[in-house]
Design a protein around this ligand. Structure first.
Ligand code: SAM
Length: 473
């Protein structure tokens, strides 16, 4: 494939990603942005690209997008915290002013972006600005002037300090109003620590110290409520990362979805596994509010999508979503049961499905008991060469793996005289009874990805239909 021409200078970014999503994001930045220096650690993907920043904001598997300010070794193990921060985190003045002017030019290029809707002074929900997700803990005022975001996990701590400092003047001419007092750059620090760093240092103190050091060195003024920019700091055992978020809302909040069911990033990742091609027909037979269909239809513009659900009220929300996203021409919805999908055998190119589990979508039927019937019906409607992508809870995933192992063992004994078949990539090994019947004889397992849904993990299974199952099997 021909490399796109680099029209501007390469910039270093990083994105945060949900657990298990890093590999999807790393692949996406290479494919969509021709990114280089792509590497990832848990929860973050770093990359360099000369793509236009608007293209960068089009990433679908990322949570939040940052301009990389610094990526440094972890804080030294010994030393006074204030000194370590000044020497290791703050460092040279120039790096900060360069980053600020770059950030300002990128922000200018992003003016009017869908994910930057909150005008200054009219924030609807302050808590969600600069990408703070709804999943962060409650925000409260602690003693002194520190505002704390209570983190989800004990090992991860974060703080945004408020440090009252006087306004610093800029040259009035810059604003074209001689003699008028221009506003200083205002900022807040969002500091997070993890691992051993969080045991050595109090995250609130670190955040406050970083805020004070930035103010002193750069003359920026802290403003917790409506800052011009946020300085995001993550101090971990692997590295210290400093970044400037480029949008107020997370990339993961989609402007084209009215009501999301499944996490949009996970829905997009599932669609990315389904090998959707122009002209493909893709089915979600338990579509709920249709998140998977919407994510897939936005990404694969020349394909057709079919959503089904047994619950009329879910379908109604899906309809509203499809209307809102203006995708009526390519997404069809139908009320029906997954156990009797009203389409002919071998008629769809991909089936993508989020099998219900947990309280939110718990259904009365015993999913463990129904799973073989459901997968069999999906196997039936898939064409040969078609792909099945399923999102399953850990117990349902284990059940499906066991079924596949039985199928693999049975396939091995059904061909006497031939060497035992080698497991294909992602195929689970293990021995089972050789008398077991193949459960899904035509489905070849192609891998499993563990992802986080916030409060719980889930597993994405990918299969390819390799043959037409014989009658009665
Ligand atoms: C986990 S939810 C899907 C959520 C969806 N991915 C979304 O983003 O909104 C599972 C859906 O399966 C539907 N469902 C349960 N049993 C079904 C059945 N037998 N046939 C079809 N749909 C069913 C439920 O109504 C629910 O909407």
């Amino acid at each position: 494939m021909k490399e796109p021409r680099c029209l501007s200078r390469p910039l270093q970014y990083y994105c945060t990603a949900g657990k298990g999503m890093e590999q999807f994001l790393a692949t996406e930045v290479v494919c969509k942005l021709s990114a280089s220096d792509v590497n990832h650690v848990t929860g973050k993907v770093f990359f360099t690209t000369c793509a236009d920043v608007k293209e960068v904001t089009g990433l679908k598997s990322a949570e939040r997008l940052f301009l990389l300010l610094k990526r440094l070794p972890p804080l030294a193990e010994k030393g006074n915290a204030a000194q370590l921060i000044q020497e290791q985190i703050i460092g040279e003045h120039q790096a900060w002013t360069d980053a600020l002017s770059l950030w300002q030019s990128l922000r200018k290029a992003l003016e009017g972006h869908d994910l930057d809707p909150v005008g200054r002074g009219q924030s609807r929900k302050r808590k969600r600005e600069w990408g703070e997700s709804e999943r962060e803990g409650p925000v409260f005022e602690g003693p002194g002037q520190v505002k704390c975001h209570v983190p989800d996990m004990e090992t991860e701590k974060e703080a945004a300090p408020r440090v009252g400092l006087p306004l610093v003047d800029e040259t009035p001419e810059e604003h074209g109003v001689p003699g008028c007092q221009p506003k200083a750059v205002t900022f807040r620090v969002c500091c997070r620590t993890s691992g051993a760093v969080s045991r050595r240092f109090n995250f609130q103190d670190l955040g406050r110290m970083i805020g004070v050091a930035i103010s002193k060195q750069l003359g920026w003024r802290t403003d917790l409520k409506e800052p011009d920019l946020e300085v995001n700091v993550h101090l971990s055992d692997d590295h210290s990362v400093l970044g400037l978020p480029l949008l107020r809302l997370p990339l993961a909040s989609r402007s084209y979805i009215k009501t999301a069911g499944l996490r949009c990033t996970v829905a997009w990742a599932m669609a990315s596994l389904a090998d959707i091609k122009p002209g493909s027909c893709v089915l979600d037979p338990m579509c709920g509010m249709g998140t998977i269909l919407l994510e897939a239809a936005k990404e694969y513009q020349n394909s057709f999508f079919l959503g089904m659900d047994i619950d009329g009220s879910q379908l109604e929300k899906a309809r509203e979503n499809v209307q809102f996203a203006e995708l009526n021409q390519r997404i069809e919805l139908l009320q029906s049961s997954v156990t009797a999908i009203p389409v002919p055998s071998c008629s769809v190119d991909a089936v993508i499905c989020d099998i219900p589990f947990g309280r939110k979508f718990g259904c009365k039927a015993d999913m463990a008991a129904s799973l073989p019937v459901i997968v069999k019906e999906m196997e039936r409607v898939l064409c040969v060469g078609g792909v099945l992508v399923l999102l399953l809870s850990p117990p349902l995933s284990a059940l499906l793996r066991r079924s596949c192992q039985r199928a693999a063992a049975a396939a091995a004994v059904s061909q006497p005289g031939e060497p035992p078949s080698q497991p294909s990539p992602g195929r689970t090994g293990g021995t089972t009874s050789s008398h077991a019947t193949p459960v899904f004889p035509s489905l070849e397992p192609l891998g499993v990805h563990r992802v986080s849904l916030g409060t719980t993990d889930a597993l994405i299974h990918k299969f390819r239909k390799v043959s037409v199952p014989r009658e009665g099997s």
